[in-house]
Write a protein of this length. Structure first.
Length: 199
């Protein structure tokens, strides 16, 4: 009447999406009707293991690889229900069925790793693009603000000079308003056309 534990040997099965996998499991069960366990079946322990073994293969074949890897708890519950329904006639109550290990081919492992890496790269690119878009929006807002108040541009230039001077640079860049540059260019062009005085 005690709970018995048996291992279901590793089985090779094909998933719904045609991926070969190797799966093993553990089953916990208890004889609740000793008379049926003796009369209804020749070797109750072997019968329970065989039922669990065939049911495991059938359940794996009805689910995709993703389900087998991600929904183990759900599949274990399904295994328990199906095995319990079959062993009830032998006076055996199934306590639990758990898949211990799912082994997939090495080529499939590499493919899954490449897929995971591609998804991570995709997320990184999306995050970077969103950050660049946010930065562009902020720059546009700053440009609109500067257009409304030209003095803000001069204050920003002075702030940049302060930042450049604060660091230990060997070269200092002096930024001048564009009006100064235009005036200097006009003055230089005017000076070049003046007649040279003879000495």
């Amino acid at each position: 009447m005690r709970v018995l534990t048996d291992g279901v040997e590793e089985q090779e099965a094909m998933t719904l999406d045609n991926v070969p996998v190797k799966v093993n499991a553990v089953i916990w069960y208890r004889v609740v009707r000793p008379d049926l366990a003796i009369i209804a079946v020749q070797n109750v322990r072997n019968a329970v293991i065989q039922v669990a073994l065939t049911t495991l293969r059938n359940v794996i074949g009805q689910h995709s690889l993703d389900d087998v890897l991600k929904e183990r708890e759900k599949l274990s519950g399904l295994l328990k229900e199906r095995v319990d329904s079959m062993t009830e006639a032998w006076g055996v109550e199934i306590q639990n069925v758990e898949m211990k290990n799912v082994e997939i081919p090495a080529s499939m492992q590499r493919a899954m790793a490449q897929e995971a890496e591609a998804l991570r790269e995709k997320r990184a690119r999306i995050i970077k693009a969103e950050a660049e878009m946010d930065a562009a929006v902020k720059l546009r807002e700053a440009a609109d603000e500067i257009m409304r108040t030209p003095a803000a541009l001069e204050l920003r230039r002075m702030q940049m000079l302060t930042e450049i001077g604060a660091e230990q640079n060997t070269m200092t860049v002096v930024m001048m308003p564009s009006e100064f540059v235009s005036a200097a260019r006009a003055f230089a062009e005017g000076a070049s056309v003046l007649p040279k005085e003879t000495v």
